[in-house]
Design a binder for this molecule. Structure first.
Ligand code: PEP
Length: 247
């Protein structure tokens, strides 16, 4: 039974927006799976260069990252305030690629989340353990540590993304993912437990989306590779609509 509206988030990373996402702004919306849907939320996270064209095509957009400070000496960065200024409604915070390649710490991620909330943007905050951490039996401790840094009393979305499943083709089983999602939910403040959406991310594809989305504590997905292929993304959206219609 789905008590929270599903959110399907397309993370295009450093790739051009799929051409199909930019057409049909005023035409047949069913031809463009990235368009807003009536029963589920669909949000795309393009590069900053494609934000405007995606908005012009009628898509709901988010940024892939944002700096916590409003302005200053941060070469190459863009602040949450600036992202809000160009029309972003969502922002990813703490994606593992940012934590790994840009050295973002739990404290940096928390500061980004606070800055996004101040700008009235909705943060989708990524947490998850590496393969090494999982193999050492530390997966739950890592997730607890990452969560503890966050303003969990606020209206945020959590994305549980085990790092070993991102872009690798290895998905957490539905049972593994559900177990971790239930743990995450239990660690939220009591009055946020029923309201906070927890997405799963890590090699979500057309053929595993339905089973994952059927889990009671999985409220959507953050999708990388498969979201760049309109036919695959359309199948994932269809799975989300089916699960929603049945609940
Ligand atoms: C991601 O980038 O957040 C992600 C989950 O990627 P993929 O779906 O390709 O594993």
């Amino acid at each position: 039974m789905k008590s929270r509206r599903l959110l399907l988030a397309a993370n295009w990373k450093m790739n051009a927006a799929p051409k199909q996402a930019l057409v049909n702004a005023h035409g047949d919306r069913s031809l463009n799976p990235y368009h807003p849907h009536s029963d589920i939320d669909v949000v795309v996270f393009p590069t900053v260069l494609d934000l405007r064209s995606c908005m012009d095509a009628g898509l709901v957009v988010g940024a892939q990252c944002g700096h916590a400070e409003a302005l200053g000496a941060h070469t190459g960065d863009i602040s949450m305030a600036m992202l809000k200024g160009v029309g972003c409604r969502y922002v990813l915070c703490g994606h593992s690629e940012r934590r790994t390649h840009h050295g973002e710490t739990d404290a940096d991620v928390a500061a980004q989340v606070v800055a996004a909330l101040e700008q009235k943007m909705h943060p989708v905050v990524c947490i998850g353990e590496t393969l090494e951490e999982r193999e050492k039996g530390h997966a739950e401790d890592v997730v607890k540590r990452q969560l503890k840094a966050l303003p969990l009393e606020s209206d945020i979305t959590i994305a549980y993304e085990p790092v070993w499943a991102i872009g690798t083709g290895k998905t957490a089983s539905a049972k593994q993912a559900q177990g971790m999602h239930a743990l995450i939910r239990s660690l939220l403040p009591e009055d946020r437990q029923e309201k906070t959406r927890i997405l799963y991310g890590g090699s979500v594809k057309a053929d595993n989306a339905e089973e994952l989305l059927r889990q009671p504590d999985i409220d959507g997905a953050l999708i990388g590779g498969a979201s760049l292929k309109p036919e695959d993304f359309a199948q994932i959206v269809k799975a989300g609509e089916m699960v929603t219609a049945e609940s």
